[in-house]
Ligand binder design. Structure first.
Ligand SMILES: Nc1ncnc2c1ncn2[C@@H]1O[C@H](COP(=O)(O)OP(=O)(O)OP(=O)(O)O)[C@@H](O)[C@H]1O
Length: 255
């Protein structure tokens, strides 16, 4: 018997086309449907420029699809929504604010009293492993640490869904690997529904419960993979390697 899942995000048949300056249309997303389950770590895996960020922007309500529907907990997404927390590839800390001030910014803007928001911010700073760095300015942090601030900031906003757009794409290989382990640990410790975009097969397999493999532009769903590997994932595990080969043979992504 198939397990029943609570669906948080329901995307039905979305399409997006841009009008270009030369008068032509650029179709970026075509009739794409997917669902994200409660507390799931879902991966959107696709080649460069296939439309992943456009999909995420539509989910975040920053952009409207031309056709189709996006529902969060049964309600249509019609604009930017505090229930969606975004972490971008480009590290988005405010340089003049220290770690604590960056993390507590969201709760502060929502009018949460200082004591309460400090407590919340401290909880997430500790969770991402930045205890002791509360007073540091971003310029005194490494790339990986800045992304930890971004993750803590997104969590401190209490979003229903975390949207992560290639958050480790600009990090060196070792830091990236460490951050993958970290985000998996954080997710295990404090379950959230996560939609994570990447063009890296190993990263997808390290993190995902399911992987939605996209086609080249215009993005459509090519295949859905259920990843039933035990956590923490082991890249040398033969089933890991087998899935990596299977996905790799189904795509033009390089690994
Ligand atoms: N506002 C826009 N107007 C016109 N074209 C756009 C716009 N936003 C994105 N595009 C185009 O849509 C295509 C997909 O872009 P998108 O950034 O979603 O790709 P991606 O899969 O996230 O790429 P990458 O993996 O390189 O980050 C690109 O060709 C891009 O130029």
């Amino acid at each position: 018997m198939e397990r029943e899942y609570k669906i948080r995000l329901d995307i039905q048949n979305i399409s997006k086309c841009f009008s270009m300056e030369n008068g032509k249309n650029h179709e970026v997303v075509r009739e794409l449907s997917l669902t994200v389950r409660d507390n799931e770590f879902l991966i959107l895996l696709g080649p460069g420029h296939c439309g992943k960020t456009v999909i995420l922007n539509m989910i975040a309500g920053l952009m409207q699809p031309d056709y189709g529907n996006i529902c969060l907990d049964g309600k249509n997404v019609v604009g930017p929504n505090p229930d969606m927390g975004m972490v971008f590839q480009k590290i988005g800390t405010l340089p003049w604010k220290n770690v604590m001030e960056n993390v507590e910014l969201g709760p502060k803007m929502r009018g949460i009293p200082k004591r309460e928001r400090r407590k919340k911010a401290q909880h997430y700073i500790d969770l991402v492993g930045l205890h002791g760095f509360e007073e540091h300015l971003p310029k005194h942090l490494s790339g990986g640490m800045k992304q930890r601030v971004g993750i803590a900031r997104a969590y401190a906003n209490d979003p229903q869904i975390l949207l992560l757009d290639e958050p480790f794409g600009q990090l060196d290989a070792q830091t990236r690997y460490n951050m993958e382990e970290e985000i998996a640990r954080i997710w295990e410790q404090e379950k959230r529904t996560i939609l994570f975009v990447t063009n890296n097969i190993e990263e997808a397999l390290m993190l995902g419960d399911r992987i939605i493999l996209l086609t080249e532009c215009p993005a459509r769903v090519k295949q859905v993979y259920q990843v039933d590997l035990p956590r923490p994932r082991d890249m040398m595990d033969c089933r890991f390697l087998q899935m990596r080969r299977e996905i790799s043979e189904n795509t033009d992504l390089s690994i």
